[in-house]
Every structure is written in C-alpha cells, then in structure tokens.
Design a protein around this ligand. Structure first.
Ligand code: NAG
Ligand code: NAG
Ligand code: NAG
Ligand code: NAG
Ligand code: NAG
Length: 449
C-alpha cells in the first residue's frame, strides 16, 4: 500500500484518507443498495464492517508552487462564489489556461509524464453540460442535477508538464478510432470513465445515429436483473465502437456449482475475465482498472473464493487481500502484454487507482468531502502514487494511465453530500461528478491513442 500519498491539508487538520481496503464497502453500498440489484457473484449481505484505514500524513505540498508570481501565465482574482481556491490561507489566484504556441518546440509525448503537471483554469470547459448527455450520463453522477451550487471544479484543465498533445475533440477521436473498438473493463469508476467518454464524444448532444450493439458482445439484460453487465455503442459515421464491461475484480469469476442458486464463485486470481479472453481479438484499445472491491468483506459477501492455478488457494501469503490484488493486477497485465504480440493493432492501458477522499471519518462513519476547492493544483512527483499499477506495467508494453496523483488533489470533485440516493449524512467521496475529473482521464487517454 505504500505510495499512497497522504498529506496534511491546510490548517484545518484534515487528512486525506486513501485506503483501498474499505473502498469496496462504499461501492457495495452505493452499487448494490441503492442503484443496482446484486450481480451474478455479488451478494447483498455485506456484513463485514471491518474497515482498515490507512492513515498517514506528511507535510503539505506547495500549494501553488512559486509559479503564481514567476509564471508568464495570466492570473485571475477569484471570488468565493467562483473560486476554485481557498482564499483564506493561500494565494487566491488560479492560472488561466493558454493554448500552446505552435512554434514552441514540442516535447515528444513518449518522453512526457502525463501524471505530472498542474490544474489551470479553462473557461472552455467542460466539454459537455451536466444538464445534458442524458443518453449516457447516469443521473446519480450528474451533479448539475443536484442541489450543488459550486461548479468551479468543472473548469480546471490538467496541464501535464513539458508535454504537448492535441486536446480532445469528438470528431478527432472518432477519426482516430475509425473502424475500431475501445473497451473499458473494470469497476464503477471504469463505468464513470465510459460515460464521460460518450459525453465527451457527443458534446452531450443527443445522437440518434448511435447504435446499441450490446448484443454483439452478449451485453443484454438477463431475466430478473435490472441492468446488463455492460454496454456497447457504435458510431456508424466512423464505425467506432465504445464499450464498457463490469468486472470489479478484473479476474475470472466462475460459479463453483452452477446448479446451486447460492453457489460460491471461484475467483481465479491468475485468469483474466472470460469476457476479455473472448473478445480481446476484436478490441483495438482496452482500458483496465480494479481496486476498490478488494477487501475481505466484499469477498465474503460475494462468496468469492480465491483460486490460483485452477485450484482453491492454499498459499497463506496470497490469501492476504493486498497480495491477492497484487497477484491479479500483475497477472492480467502480463496476460494482456502477451496478447499484444498476437494483435499488433491493440493498445492496452492499465488505469491506476482512482483516489477516494473521506475526511474526518470513513464512508460509513460520517466521512466528508465537501470542500469546494482543490487540495492543491500541482503534482510534481515523477513516480506514480499507485505503486502496484506502475510496478505491474513496468517492462511490459501495457501503458499506465496514471491518474492517481492528479485526481488525488481534486477532493472537491466528488459527488460528496449531493449523492441523491445515499442515506442522509453519508457522502460519496469515491465517485466523481460528471462532467469532472474522469473527463481528464479521457483527455490523457486520447493523447496516447
Ligand atoms: C486576493 O487578490 C487580491 C488582488 O490580487 C489581493 O488584493 C487580495 O489581498 C487577495 N486576497 C487574499 C486573501 O490573498
Ligand atoms: C467496422 O469495423 C470492423 C472492425 O472493427 C470491420 O470488421 C467492419 O467490416 C467495419 N464495418 C464497415 C461497415 O465498414
Ligand atoms: C450452495 O452453495 C452454498 C455456498 O457455497 C452452500 O453453503 C450450500 O450448502 C450449497 N447448497 C447445496 C444444495 O449444495
Ligand atoms: C506484486 O507481485 C510482483 C510479482 O509477483 C512482485 O514482484 C511484487 O513485489 C508484488 N508487490 C507487492 C506490493 O506485493
Ligand atoms: C522528475 O524528473 C525530472 C526530469 O527527469 C527531473 O528534472 C526532476 O528533478 C524530477 N523531479 C523529482 C521530484 O524527482
């Protein structure tokens, strides 16, 4: 778990709490209790409330660095209503985004570390309206439809240091993806990225030409369930398909006794999800993620039993959740890397963990994230904050979509208290408002495909 960057914040002595361990509880809570019925292999009875918080603190990062004064970029005054900064203890200015000068010598993207840089204000954002995109954007993530009144978080653009790349454009994206298929496979944060991308491509406008091609991938609603295991849409104009498949664990789940209604599931830590095995030959870009479902409570509640090498796991070291997750992430990256040799047209990304921000408590003990300002604007570290993800892709041709640190300073971007279906007093400091931070993940994805 090292590599989690946690720091003391402002003068209010709040802490950013980044724990993978308990995240699944909130995912379960929002996912199963309020949004969806249980999935195959997902039970309703998550009784384990053992929450393992990883708490630590280190000195605050320089808030604005020293760039406010020295930078040639324009600065603006902000008022409390439109501010994205805390005016009490820090400089009350945010750099305004300036489009790059085409004459500037561009740094090769290969050499560029997209995870290092700063957030600057860009009034051309967001790329779609949170009042729109009803075709793809779930109401529960559309903060514009809630009581929230501060929306400065929609206007920050991530500017990687020393990188130049084309900004996202829907038509450009489709052109690049002509006759191609992009697949997101992962948990609900992957689903957020999927919805974000659909909205970004369409600018949030309703599109009657887009076809639902879920059937081609077996993504149909099973009898008795409220939603399918994923969605697939095709833009006929360029024959581009975008799909999302729900796989919270990113490993293969198999009923141990298919004839038993309450069967346990073999959770094959070292085997990729069957869906991915089956369809990878048809994908041109895959974006994988997992992380927030790895805890004992979740495994027990879902009746997931760890298997390794096709047999129940007997290795006590692997039985430790962190090691099991590590094994799965390394295994899937290794497997996908092998597939890259078979399919030269395939590009694969592993998306690093999306950070959560529960202050003064956890998801079930009054933890909050109701700041309206970012914790910081700059990320200067070179290494990923997700050491498992960066370790797993090292030496492979799978690329790291490293969003952890840049999202980690954006605590104000979560659904927070405005979660429309949560119990009063509980905040969603795991999922993000859309439009919002996941749009940036897609900007960085676009820059690399
Ligand atoms: C905000 O900016 C204005 C103008 O630059 C300055 O006069 C004022 O002191 C600043 N306020 C704080 C709290 O820093
Ligand atoms: C669309 O793209 C797929 C490859 O992703 C290709 O097999 C198919 O023939 C294309 N369809 C059309 C109508 O061009
Ligand atoms: C069905 O599976 C559950 C969970 O593994 C087990 O407790 C139960 O005994 C099984 N029922 C039958 C009839 O095998
Ligand atoms: C994860 O697994 C890899 C490969 O087995 C190993 O090299 C690495 O040390 C493990 N990392 C952790 C944090 O356990
Ligand atoms: C990050 O890498 C750059 C270029 O490789 C280097 O100049 C800089 O000192 C590094 N920063 C840190 C915090 O390690």
């Amino acid at each position: 778990m090292k590599g989690w960057f946690l720091y003391e914040w402002r003068t209010r002595h709040l802490f950013i709490i980044s724990s993978l361990v308990s995240s699944t509880l909130i995912l379960w809570f929002w996912g199963n209790h309020h949004l969806f019925p249980p999935q195959a292999g997902e039970s309703k009875d998550d009784t384990t409330n053992v929450v393992n918080l990883l708490l630590s603190a280190s000195p605050p990062p320089s808030f604005l660095g020293d760039e406010g004064a020295a930078s040639p970029l324009v600065s603006i005054n902000t008022t409390p209503s439109s501010s994205s900064l805390d005016t009490t203890h820090h400089k009350n200015t945010t750099e305004i985004y300036k489009p790059p000068n085409k004459q500037d010598p561009a740094v090769e993207n290969q050499a560029c570390n997209f995870g290092r840089g700063k957030w600057v204000r860009d009034d051309n954002l967001p790329l779609y309206s949170g009042f729109g995109c009803k075709q793809w954007l779930s109401g529960m993530w559309a903060c514009r439809l809630t009581q929230r009144t501060d929306f400065a978080y929609e206007k920050l653009r991530w500017q990687p240091k020393d990188c130049q790349f084309d900004h996202f454009s829907g038509p450009q994206f489709l052109k690049r993806m002509q006759d191609k298929t992009l697949a997101f496979i992962g948990d609900s944060l992957g689903r957020q990225q999927f919805q974000s991308l659909m909205c970004m491509i369409t600018g949030g406008e309703e599109r009657h030409d887009v076809e639902d091609v879920g059937k081609e991938y077996g993504l149909v609603k099973a009898r008795g369930s409220v939603r399918p295991d994923g969605w697939a849409y095709r833009f006929p104009i360029t024959n581009t398909t975008i799909l999302y498949y729900w796989s919270a664990s990113l490993c293969n789940l198999e009923p141990i006794d298919p004839t038993n209604k309450t069967t346990s599931f073999a959770m094959h830590l070292d085997r990729p999800p069957a869906f991915l095995q089956r369809f990878i030959s048809r994908f041109n870009v895959v974006v994988l993620n997992t992380g927030h479902h790895w805890n004992r409570g979740k495994l027990n509640a879902n009746r997931w039993v760890m298997y390794v090498g096709g047999k129940p796991n007997t290795n006590r070291k692997i039985a430790d959740i962190t090691n099991a997750k590590n094994l799965t992430i390394y295994s899937i990256v290794k497997w996908v890397n092998g597939e890259l040799l078979k399919y030269p047209g395939l590009k694969a990304f592993y998306r690093s963990i999306s950070p959560r921000h529960f202050f003064n408590g956890d998801w079930n003990s009054g933890g909050t994230c109701d700041s309206t300002t970012p914790g910081a604007l700059e990320v200067s570290q070179n290494d990923s904050s997700d050491s498992i993800a960066s370790g797993a892709v090292k030496g492979t041709n799978v690329k790291l979509l490293d969003i952890t640190a840049l999202s980690g300073v954006r605590e104000e971007g979560h659904i927070s208290r405005y979660s429309i279906r949560a119990t009063p007093g509980m905040q969603d400091c795991l999922h993000w408002c859309l439009p919002g931070i996941p749009d940036t993940w897609n900007e960085l994805l676009f820059a690399q495909i």
